[in-house]
Design a protein around this ligand. Sequence first.
Ligand code: DC
Length: 214
Amino acid sequence: MSRAIAIDGPAASGKSSVAKVLCQKLNLVMVNSGSMYRAVAWKLLQLGIDLDDTDSIIAALPNLNLQCGVDESGYFSTVGYDGVILTDELRTEQVNNSVSRVASIPEIRDILLVKQRDYLKSSDVVMEGRDIGTVIFPDTPYKFFFQASEKIRQARREAEGISDSVAARDKLDSSRKTAPLKPAEDAINIDTGLYDLNGVVECVLSHLQSLGWE
Ligand code: DC
């Protein structure tokens, strides 16, 4: 049976950077679940749908056909439509400002939950997001919750040249009714502001070893 490592945490807490290293060290697929929400937000914006109009969003969902896969390296999840993989389009200010709104809609979460769990059918995964340990893979023993101060996280985004109000997104993501951002009860909490990237990777690897990951 395939195994899942769940990494949850607020925006810019270091989830993606760490998962990118882990997937290659442990030879598994890294799934960026936030990209799926971003791809849905991008498409709805392209279609000109008012993101405050939940009925119109729900009506559009059956025709969205989000395609989730794995890239040529075999390590990284991809998202796209009609055979075209989306990358930079997902990180625009417009998508940053809309994605939490889209992610609060239960009908969208239901669709993406199935796609996220499907990855486990073909491979071990490290999946990062907001509800991976609480909702997507609640039974996995390998759960992590990353934290870092708001100041550090905002500075990380600014250093990347990305305009992203992380505090506003975290507030929306933590306060929504369905699958809010929160640590699973049995998650290992890591303050990523205390280490550099390598330090966080080493910390996760040592916990995995203690939990029996081979
Ligand atoms: O990880 P990210 O910043 O790219 O995620 C973008 C948004 O998607 C985030 O603000 C909340 C939402 N999201 C979510 O609700 N659940 C997940 N598992 C992953 C992301």
